[in-house]
Design a protein around this ligand. Structure first.
Ligand code: NAD
Length: 353
């Protein structure tokens, strides 16, 4: 079973090394016969090829069921026409990975603002206010004059329907509660369309309780009563922001794992960025990257019915919980003193045990 590993920029290689070590330990325990293949993207690829997302790597991602993508320093990239393509955008749009699934939950032993929270933000990934990826050609941001900048927000009924369906299906496997987040009071057409489609899909899921919340209220309610949310479905930009908020409430950005999925393919990628402020210092928390890899294994296990893979994914999640339960294992972002590499060693031991 081939897993394509793309370390990315800044802390990317450090957290990737830990995930690699954990996958190797998992392989030894469950005999998954993993073949871990690493390729450069981002600034490392740019130095060698003049492109942050080389075409041959994109082709390999297309052909590989399992890809683990590291964080990327897109702010440091040259313009797109000079080779600085955002790999996150390239992967999501080329493979039409329309669902960004971002769980956040509180964990025993992990200090968090939220006392009790277990939710999943299901974020539409291919349209909305994303100027570099919501157009077939051209860019969704433009400047008619030097002092006027405009941005297009694209919302389609088909895009809303498929993300709503993903969210309802997920809610059905959990506490059967779905919250649609929008700004329909102001963006009556775009968010009106989103709500119309969510309500239409809801008719196929009578067993799932549905409500809707305006995005600004949602930002507050997530802090006030995070335990009341189960699956949250929303458009691209709102989902990006609210999922970071949820990760932070659960302990920190270093815990925010995610997968980008279509019906047939998924790519693991932590919700956080490349954290250049702590790169190369052995301080990064690899948990979000590890959770993303675990979600990827589970996603494939659920679809293929591969019990061995399902057991491996569950085992990795339990091992991670057991390591995080002891504050003596925490990285600096969680208030601890343990380095990225040492965390990796302790996790690998827990996986093997
Ligand atoms: P960031 O998420 O990289 O960092 C924000 C803060 O959180 C920083 O203080 C950082 O140290 C901390 N942090 C993030 N991940 C952490 C981890 N695993 N362990 C410990 N602390 C962690 O956001 P930013 O600083 O705004 O952006 C940095 C770069 O990342 C930019 O180039 C941005 O464009 C890019 N970015 C990439 C992605 C992605 O690859 N998916 C997402 C967001 C931002």
């Amino acid at each position: 079973m081939k897993i394509l590993i793309l370390p990315g920029d800044a802390i990317g290689p450090e957290i990737t090394a830990v995930t690699r070590q954990a996958l190797q330990a998992l392989d030894a325990k469950f005999d998954l016969k993993l073949e871990l293949v690493e390729r450069d993207i981002g600034l490392a690829a740019y130095e060698k090829t003049g492109r942050t997302m080389p075409d041959d790597v994109m082709d390999e991602i297309r052909a590989t069921p399992f890809t683990v993508l590291g964080p990327v320093s897109t702010m440091d990239y040259p313009p797109e026409d000079e080779g600085g393509v955002n790999p996150s955008k390239a992967v999501r749009t080329n493979l039409d990975l329309y669902a960004n699934i971002r769980p956040s939950r509180t964990r025993a032993g992990v200090p968090s603002v939220a006392r009790d929270m277990d939710l999943i933000v299901v974020r539409e990934n291919t349209e909305g206010f994303y100027a570099d990826r919501n157009m077939f050609a051209g860019n969704g941001e433009f400047m008619p004059t030097p002092d006027t900048a405009m941005s297009m927000r694209k919302i389609t009924a088909a895009g809303c329907r498929r993300i709503a369906r993903t969210a309802f299906e997920l809610a059905r496997t959990r506490r059967k509660k779905l919250t649609a987040v929008h700004k329909g009071n102001v963006m009556r057409m775009t968010d009106g369309l989103f709500l119309r489609e969510v309500r239409a899909v809801a008719k196929d899921f009578p067993d799932v309780e549905v409500d809707d919340v305006i995005v600004d209220a949602m930002a507050a309610l997530l802090v006030r009563r995070p335990e009341s949310f189960d699956v949250v479905v929303t458009t691209n930009m709102f989902g990006d922001i609210l999922s970071d908020e949820a990760a932070e409430l659960a302990g920190g950005l270093g815990l925010g794992g995610s997968i980008n999925a279509s019906e047939t393919q998924a790519v693991a990628q932590a919700a956080h960025g490349s954290a250049p402020d702590i790169a190369g210092q052995n301080k990064a928390n690899p948990t979000a990257h590890l959770i993303s890899a675990q979600l990827l294994l589970k996603w494939h296990a659920d679809r293929s019915g591969n019990n061995q893979l399902a057991s491996a994914a569950a085992h990795l999640e339990a091992a991670l919980d057991s390591v995080l339960a002891d504050p003596a294992n925490h990285t600096p972002d969680l208030g601890g003193t343990v380095g990225t590499r040492e965390f990796g060693d302790r996790l690998a031991k827990a996986v093997s045990g």
